[in-house]
Write a protein of this length. Structure first.
Length: 118
C-alpha cells in the first residue's frame, strides 16, 4: 500500500507561484495514475490534474490549464504540481492521490494548504 505525503503549500499573492510535491513511500512502478485534487472551504473536492505513470500523459481541469503543470521525477517516487499565475480562487487544501487501475482513487495524502491573497 503506497503512502503519500504532500508538501510545498503556503501563502502567496495573486500572480505568484508555488510548487507542490507528493512523495510516495514505495516504488511507483505499478501505479496507473497519480493526481492532484483540491477542496476549497465549503466546497466539494475537485479534480485538478493527473499523470499516467506508464505514458506520462496528463490531463487538467479547464480552470488550471496553461497555469499548472503536473510532472514526476525520473525515479518515479515524487510527483509535482507547478502552479503559476495563481488566483484567489485557487485557494484550497490540495491532496495528491494514486490508483493502480482505472477504478476510483484509492490512496490519498493528508493534504497541504494553499492560500492565494488578492
Amino acid at each position: 500500500q503506497v503512502q503519500l505525503v504532500e508538501s510545498g503549500g503556503g501563502l502567496v499573492q495573486a500572480g505568484g507561484s508555488l510548487r507542490l510535491s507528493c512523495a510516495a513511500s514505495e516504488n511507483t512502478g505499478n501505479i496507473y495514475q497519480t493526481g492532484w485534487f483540491r477542496q476549497a472551504p465549503g466546497k466539494e473536492r475537485e479534480f485538478v490534474a493527473h499523470i499516467a505513470w506508464s505514458t506520462g500523459s496528463t490531463d487538467y481541469v479547464d480552470s488550471v490549464k496553461g497555469r499548472f503543470t503536473i510532472s514526476r521525477d525520473n525515479a518515479g517516487n515524487t510527483m509535482y504540481l507547478q502552479m503559476n499565475s495563481l488566483k484567489p480562487e485557487d485557494t484550497a487544501d490540495y491532496y495528491c492521490a494514486a490508483r493502480y487501475s482505472a477504478s476510483g482513487w484509492k490512496y490519498w495524502g493528508q493534504g497541504t494548504q494553499v492560500t492565494v491573497s488578492s
